[in-house]
Write a protein that binds this ligand. Sequence first.
Ligand SMILES: *Cc1c(COP(=O)(O)O)cnc(C)c1O
Ligand code: SF4
Length: 341
Amino acid sequence: MIPAHPAPIQISPRQATPRWQQLWRDAVRDPVELLGLLGLEELASRVSPAAAAQFALRVPRGFVARMRHGDANDPLLRQVLPLDDEERVVPGFGLDAVGDSAARAGAGVIRKYRGRALLVATGSCGINCRYCFRRHFPYAEETAARGQWAETLAIIAADDAIDEIILSGGDPLSLADGKLAELTDALKRIPHVRRLRIHTRLPVVLPERVDDGLIAWLRDLPWPVTVVIHANHANEFDGDVDAALMRLRDAGCLLLNQAVLLKGVNDSVDALTDLCERGHRAGVLPYYLHQLDRVSGAAHFEVGDDDALALHRDLAARLSGYLVPKLVREVAGDPGKRPLV
Ligand SMILES: *Cc1c(COP(=O)(O)O)cnc(C)c1O
Ligand code: SF4
């Protein structure tokens, strides 16, 4: 463990930049700096400038502080470091692995499944995860927040089969509170919207995001709110993350976790058991364990289906039923996530 970069605590006047935004901007973006912080300078020769140019390194300093000093195989480091492995071209790994281009309904709305509209609210994230399909979609043209949500709201209002809105991205909580409130104030006027879901990694990678402003926004919402966080390894949790998650629960949110099965990160029954138990300790139930989307540059993270099924079987033999995530894969054209078991 290394100490987090000391960030000055500011008692800010109104209108000042919230502290989480300062920390977000202060993220580590240079692979050489990251390796220096971790005492891993010798790994620099394995960093791929081409991969880093295609999808930049970005990692908040608080997340770096949870990495083990001097450990080249640290499971958190592996998720963010652009390595030369990414340059391998592997058949079957492409640019639009989950069929998002075909499912776009316009204006950052993706409609694949009955009843649910997923909003690509923004293209920004608190962290850049190497295995993410987003590495090939800057989404700059496609986000719902552009144009003050108008087109997005029109699509939702026109279709009363939509009863659940999923804020996704990118990371929707990288939007400012005021921007989120603009959207939900308008959604409140659409009677067929009954549930709100937020897919976000920020409470884990930048727990400072769960500040008073965010909690006030959440408390004001008229619907049951489900927050689906994203943690892949037990080491991603610490006291600050626990506190952020506790605040979300206090605000009435149901907390679930989705993880991606990743070789070298969590592909052992011990790592998965620890993840599910650690999440539960923080008040989060496992939801999905995803098989990797086959995006180019991520092939070295793939765990084969036979191994995935064996891991899942071992996990189910160890844990309480409610602590076992569903093992799924996203298949373009399917009516929902496809279960492997
Ligand atoms: C994953 C996903 C959802 C949510 O699916 P659930 O099984 O309800 O979690 C909704 N829309 C899209 C486009 C998705 O990819
Ligand atoms: S969308 Fe989620 S998995 Fe992808 S880069 Fe952003 S935080 Fe990581």
